[in-house]
Design a protein around this ligand. Structure first.
Ligand code: AMP
Length: 417
């Protein structure tokens, strides 16, 4: 199947060809004709499937010529990164059209955005909070909207945007086309879909919550304070060239990045407290293989355009079980080496059970390999605290065989079991 067979106009085909896309992805070949036919769409698709082009291309076609000042298509995304990426895609795919697009999100000044809206736009990409702010300031009129897209709807609900979404829906005219994209389906998503969509065409780019079945998954039980040593062992021992590591908190991401760097593994953190420039740089370094481990929080990693990865590590299990499916879906590489590794501490047993309930099966627990405990001499003073103050210190010691200092590092081994 080629893009021209999908009924897209020459200006869009030209832009697509310039992106060097040869064939439409699965989601594109299904969604583009449906959207062009003005159907509502419910699509199960995550980042990496080509979902953005799947809705942006047909929307640009339906919008036709620039018209009026108020947006006729609205794409709502959970994060500013994703909003910026989608807006960039709209600019790229629409480069041979005269349509005007704008993007609005929080964390930056509102006035330039008000000015951009005043100047007029046909397609608007927005995060929920800023969209509501703008509407409340009467800077935004959505009464002529024709097409509404909820991108990464599951993430929006996880981030607590349901009330914002309901408020936004009230600002929209009743007659409109609705597209809902979600990587996972929870009951809340189904309820939202029922409320939002009329006779939708259902499209599955990845089977529901089933990505997990195609990914080689390994669970290692390990004490929380030994996770970093096991991770370093896995990266080195397995010669992992590229690994995306998920931590629960920004602080945890920073700390782990420092710890990996201290033992000679090139790592960078990516999370909400990092400047946009730092995030872009970390991502670029990762893609260019300048760093081995990209340590990310859930929100920061979501929406990042990182194509299939050899390795994904859950350094901390996610609090929301659907996130597990989404995270490990980053590495569905049939036949290739790679997979998803979860380091599960005893405290996380409950989280593991909720994930297994979602997947409707038990996840196999692999034998934790023996690994070295490498303490850099530069460790902060608290790491030198008396053993009695360190939880699990004794059990760790029991399995350890001190080997003496090696070039400024003290090492021992532990099985972590
Ligand atoms: P998305 O899932 O929308 O985040 O897209 C993931 C990546 O796939 C982006 O880098 C797109 O530029 C790229 N992409 C989208 N459609 C195609 C296609 N048909 N062929 C090759 N690459 C594509």
């Amino acid at each position: 199947m080629s893009f021209s067979a999908l009924g897209l106009k020459p200006e869009l085909l030209r832009a697509v060809a310039e992106k060097s896309y040869d064939t439409p992805t699965l989601i594109q070949s299904q969604a583009i004709p449906a959207v062009l036919a003005r159907r509502d769409v419910l699509a199960g698709a995550q980042t990496g499937t080509g979902k953005t082009a799947a809705f942006v291309l047909p929307i640009l076609q339906l919008l036709g010529e620039p018209e009026g000042r108020t947006p006729r298509a609205l794409i709502l995304t959970p994060t500013r990164e994703l909003a910026a990426q989608v807006a960039q895609s709209a600019r790229d795919y629409g480069r041979y059209l005269r349509l005007r697009s704008a993007v609005v999100f929080g964390g930056v000044g509102i006035h330039p955005q008000i000015a951009a809206l005043r100047a007029g736009c046909d397609l608007l990409v927005a995060t929920p909070g800023r969209l509501i702010d703008l509407a409340e300031q009467n800077a935004l009129d959505l009464s002529r909207l024709q097409c509404f897209v909820l991108d990464e709807a599951d993430r929006m609900l996880d981030m607590g945007f349901i009330h914002a979404i309901k408020r936004i829906l009230k600002l929209l005219p009743p007659q409109r086309q609705n597209l809902l994209f979600s990587a996972t389906y929870s009951d809340d998503i189904r309820e939202l879909a029922t409320r939002l969509l009329r006779d939708p065409q259902t499209i599955e780019a990845a089977p529901r919550n089933a990505t997990a079945d195609r990914v080689e998954q390994t669970i290692y039980r390990v004490a929380q304070e030994h996770k970093r040593h096991l991770l370093a062992h896995l990266i080195r021992g397995g010669n992992w060239g590229q690994v995306l590591v998920f931590t629960r908190t920004k602080h945890g991401a920073n700390r782990l990045t420092k710890q990996l760097t201290a033992v000679g593994i090139r790592a960078a953190a990516i999370h909400g407290n990092k400047s946009q420039a730092a995030r872009v740089r970390a991502l670029k370094d990762f893609k260019d293989n300048q760093i081995t481990a990209l340590v990310a929080t859930e929100v920061a990693a979501r929406g990042l355009d990182i194509k299939e990865l050899p390795w994904v590590v859950n350094y901390d299990l996610p609090n929301v079980p659907e996130d597990y499916v989404h995270r490990i879906g980053r590495t569905a590489r049939a036949g290739a080496t790679g997979g998803a590794v979860s380091l599960v501490s005893p405290e996380e047993a409950g989280l593991l059970r909720t994930i297994e309930r979602l997947l409707k099966r038990a996840l196999p627990i692999a034998e934790t390999p023996r690994f070295e405990i490498v303490a850099a001499n530069t460790a902060p003073p608290q790491a030198q605290a008396p053993a009695a103050l360190r939880p699990h210190a004794r059990s760790a010691r029991r399995g350890s065989r001190p080997r003496g200092a090696i070039s400024g590092r003290s090492t021992s081994t532990a099985s972590g079991r």
